[in-house]
Design a protein around this ligand. Structure first.
Ligand code: SF4
Length: 327
């Protein structure tokens, strides 16, 4: 059996990350599972719900995204939702077993003004229900990050998507450094960082290693790392990409778990395409977070009942259930 890495994951060189990534898959799963058990309760699954509070018409050109105004995808645009409608959705998510509620807006960046004030009210009302709060609103300036934190935002999601060398093959309207800048603003405001990537956009193995190296090297490391597999959507430039092989996903999850031992590693978009056995292997490799609810922004996600049945079969439980007294 290969021995675990002795270098702390956050200090590993890019070469060391590459060597880890190339290990035999089952060695990696074993090592990841061991790491998971050393740092966290492996039977616990954090369950987030994600609501699109402003859909479509985004000026960015992310090649995977049906909400970009650059592509004809048939996604209906809708203006910013009311605070009441968001509160109702958050309460339903809570009743469904979610412990965190994420607000997503298809914006390039946050603009100061009435819509931002409305989002701050949404954060306050979700927080008041007792849910953890998360938002993904595009780029934020330091003063906006502070206001979000003051409103009660726990997490800010801002994905790096892939490695820096491949980034501008997928997105032309912003740079990797733009992303890093927002991540810094979020961190400096005192919020937790949710930051991950997408597999299956045409990237090479080296780009995946670059992304893992970038995520693991953040100090502090992100508290949440969503690992998405591309959901192809007609009309986007990536509509014809081949599906991601299941073992690529398991490998990515395992390496993420080893490199980010205390982080929530989330199986995110693309989970509907995974069979139960692959999901089980991902949980064994250290995934411990999912999105609940049959819709993820504009693409489909497994039904909550199917997720609950799978967790039960695997002997896993939702974080929220762990917090509920049994007597
Ligand atoms: S991923 Fe976000 S920023 Fe990119 S086009 Fe879609 S909504 Fe806009």
């Amino acid at each position: 059996m290969s021995t675990p890495p002795v270098t702390p994951p956050s200090e590993m060189t890019r070469n060391a990350v590459a060597e880890l990534y190339e290990r035999p898959l089952l060695d990696l799963v074993f090592l990841a599972s061991q790491t998971h058990r050393e740092h966290r309760d492996p039977s616990e699954v954090q369950c987030a719900a994600l609501l699109s509070v402003k859909t479509g018409g985004c000026p960015e050109d992310c090649a995977y995204c049906p909400q970009s105004a650059h592509y004809e995808t048939g996604v209906e645009t809708s203006p910013l939702m009311s605070v009441d409608a968001v509160r109702t959705a958050a309460r339903a998510a809570l009743d469904n077993g979610a412990d965190r509620f994420c607000l997503g807006a298809a914006w390039r960046s946050v603009s100061d003004g009435p819509e931002f004030e409305q989002v701050l009210d949404m954060v306050r009302s979700v927080k008041a229900l007792g849910l953890e709060t998360c938002a993904t609103l595009g780029m934020v300036e330091p003063h906006q990050a502070h206001r979000l934190r003051d409103a009660g935002l726990d997490y800010y999601n801002h994905n790096l998507d892939t490695g820096p060398a491949f980034y501008n093959d997928v997105i032309g309207t912003r740079t990797y450094d733009d992303r890093r800048r927002t991540l810094r603003s979020v961190r400096e405001a005192g919020m937790k960082v949710c930051c991950g990537g997408i597999l299956g956009m045409g990237e090479q193995t080296g780009d995946r290693i670059d992304l893992l190296y970038e995520l693991a090297g953040q100090d502090p490391q992100p508290e949440s790392v969503p690992i998405n597999t591309l959901v192809t959507v007609e009309g986007t430039p990536l509509a014809n990409q081949e599906p991601v092989p299941w073992d690529d996903l398991v490998r990515m999850v395992a390496v993420a778990r080893i490199l980010l031992p205390k982080t929530w590693v989330r199986l995110s978009a693309g989970r509907l395409q995974l069979n139960d056995a692959t999901q089980a292997l991902c949980f064994l490799a250290g995934a411990d977070s999912i999105f609940l609810g049959d819709q993820l922004l504009t693409t489909a996600n497994p039904e909550a009942a199917a997720d609950q049945a799978l967790l039960t079969r695997l002997g896993l439980h939702r974080l929220k259930d762990a917090a509920v007294p049994t007597s």
